[in-house]
Design a protein around this ligand. Structure first.
Ligand SMILES: Cc1cc2nc3c(=O)[nH]c(=O)nc-3n(C[C@H](O)[C@H](O)[C@H](O)COP(=O)(O)OP(=O)(O)OC[C@H]3O[C@@H](n4cnc5c(N)ncnc54)[C@H](O)[C@@H]3O)c2cc1C
Length: 533
């Protein structure tokens, strides 16, 4: 098998698949894409509702455990990540949302020069094939198919009215000019199927001779000659292989990109010393700056069985939903993690910019992937858009197969605690608006008696969980302590890039797939520009 390439990409996730497409567009470039997981050509990673089947299933996902922390009530939280071609985009909740315009302006002001909203917008538009058509904010010619919500559940529609009654503006499009207000979410749907990064960017180019894709191979480390990255070492079925390239892009996601760098000798001096790893470049921030959205689910019990918890146990109703999906890709089988929601402002919000994101679903579970509750539950989730708390990812050993140590430090900052408490109060107020209050009878979570701020915070600590959005562990910035520069080159070495969710200097306010894809798109632009220089 060929051992020498122009580009090697480590990790075929959201960013990696897109990069493989763009970097192999020129037939003169030989590209190798290496993925630890297996093929995504499986039913459950293709059908949208498969989200609930794949999330904690080892065929599709690698499930990490965080360290316990005070913010999660001393609990370790399960963090699944896609371990399959397409990465987390093959198992995620399908919600497509860019985030607030100001999120990217923040990146720019944090030193990520050239990542302000006006500059990144064309990269978002390029990758997107929005069925609703082209506009100043939307792209319709890109490979990633995005469509409007196809299930109008009466409970979600009533909640939308209640949110508007509460005082939120109704907005047409979360990916348009506004992010403050309530709307239906859009999903990465291609006809009846999930539009993962693999389906959008990789499957259509499987004929390209200059692109090699290896699945089931773990990238163990980057090889160097002095400070020049020269290749990678992989392990597949117990066999070690080495591949060389002129440029190497690490796209293994926010948990494993820092792991690969640390194993390769790019990381905090003390950590490398502790594990006797020869230092290629001391970079103390590799693995630092970890951010995630910590979400709190509020649950009420609906009257008249108005919940998918009940519908999903009715074989006739499910058969009808199956037929709907076959006919035009609509109905229950077309849904992902949430149907409707809002960007909203607590009393702590600054400049009218939403500081909480709300996400609503006409069902309830203890956590996604587990059986739906027996009672007719309805869930409204809240997370903080701009958390200040920061965590870390560090290798535990030099074994590349071992899970890194993940400390999320959830809501360790007092400001984060206050915003989350206000967010829960907001959800309760919306439940009591006229449009919604007659549809339910019992609040299950937080539950009666949980009224003081202290009690609500306690409930958040003991019941909250991840929205699956870890980012930030290979921070991009203009300063020399940043892990990558604003064109995603790893500082201190040559020929090495990181391109995935790990480079975000600050977490975007909403779900993180769209910005991770945009990072892949912009990374390809920079890498190809550097090639010409
Ligand atoms: C369960 C779940 C639900 C989510 N829901 C949504 C949602 O609804 N909307 C949204 O916008 N976002 C959602 N997200 C988040 C979003 O999918 C991620 O932020 C995004 O996919 C991250 O992209 P990435 O390229 O950084 O990493 P990933 O897509 O995770 O890709 C990393 C890839 O690298 C591979 N890899 C890792 N280490 C190695 C190695 N050493 N060697 C070889 N390969 C390796 C992995 O197997 C994986 O395929 C969800 C995520 C999860 C897990």
């Amino acid at each position: 098998m060929e051992k020498n390439y122009d580009f090697i990409i480590a990790g075929a996730g959201s960013a990696g698949c897109l990069l493989a497409n763009r970097l192999s567009e020129n037939p003169a470039h030989k590209v190798l894409l290496v993925e630890a997981g297996s093929s995504d050509r499986r039913f459950w990673s293709r059908i949208p509702i498969g989200y609930y089947k794949t999330i904690y299933n080892k065929t599709f996902s690698r499930v990490f455990d965080t360290e316990p922390c005070e913010g999660s009530g001393g609990r370790a939280i399960k963090w699944p990540r896609g371990r399959i071609i397409g990465g987390s985009s093959s198992i995620n909740g399908l919600i497509f949302i860019r985030g607030q315009k100001e999120d990217f302006d923040d990146w720019q002001s944090l030193g990520a020069t050239g990542w302000d909203f006006q500059t990144v917008l064309p990269f978002f538009r390029k990758l997107e094939g929005y069925k609703g058509g082209e506009s100043q904010f939307r792209g319709s010619f890109g490979e990633l198919k995005v469509d409007d919500l196809r299930l109008r559940h009466p409970a979600c529609e009533a909640w939308l009215k209640a949110a508007i009654e509460w005082g939120l503006p109704a907005i047409d499009d979360f990916n348009g000019s506004e992010s403050f207000g309530a709307s239906r979410y859009q999903l990465t749907l291609d006809g009846r199927w999930r539009s993962s990064s693999a389906r959008a960017f990789l499957h259509p180019i499987s004929h390209r001779d200059n692109l090699t894709v290896i699945s089931g191979a773990l990238v163990e480390k980057i090889t160097f000659s002095g400070k020049n990255a020269t290749g990678i070492v992989t392990r597949r079925n117990g066999v070690q292989e080495t591949y060389q390239a002129k440029k190497i892009v690490v796209s293994a996601g926010a948990l494993q990109s820092p792991q690969i760098l640390q194993l390769s000798g790019i990381g905090p001096a003390t950590l490398l010393k502790k594990h006797n790893i020869p230092v290629i470049h001391r970079s103390d921030e590799v693995g630092q700056n970890l951010q995630d959205h910590y979400q709190m689910r509020t649950i009420v019990q609906m009257r008249n069985g108005m919940s998918l918890n009940i519908d999903s146990r009715n074989p006739l109703k499910m058969a009808i939903q199956g037929l709907k999906w076959i006919k035009d890709g609509s109905g229950i089988l077309s849904v992902g993690a949430g149907q409707v929601g809002a960007g909203a402002c607590t009393k702590y919000a600054e400049d009218g910019r939403p500081d909480v994101q709300l996400l609503v679903m006409p069902l309830s579970v203890d956590k996604p992937g587990e059986p739906l509750h027996e009672y007719p539950g309805f869930t409204a989730t809240v997370w903080q858009c701009h958390p200040k708390s920061r965590g870390s990812v560090e290798i535990r050993s030099t074994d590349p197969e071992a899970d890194p140590k993940i400390q999320p430090n959830y809501i360790s900052d007092e400001y984060d605690q206050k915003v989350m408490v206000e967010g829960v109060k907001m959800m309760r107020e919306i439940y009591h608006m006229a449009a919604f209050r007659d549809l339910w009878d019992t609040e299950i979570v937080p539950g009666s008696g949980v009224d003081s701020d202290e009690a609500i915070l306690d409930c958040i600590r003991n019941n909250g969980g991840t929205v699956f959005h870890p980012v930030g562990t290979c921070r991009m910035g203009a300063d020399s302590s940043a892990v990558v520069d604003p064109e995603l080159r790893v500082n201190g070495v040559e020929g090495l890039y990181v391109a995935d969710a790990s480079v975000m200097p600050k977490i975007t306010s909403a779900n993180t797939n769209a910005p991770s894809l945009m990072i892949g798109e912009k990374a390809a632009y920079h890498i190809l520009q550097h090639q010409l220089q």
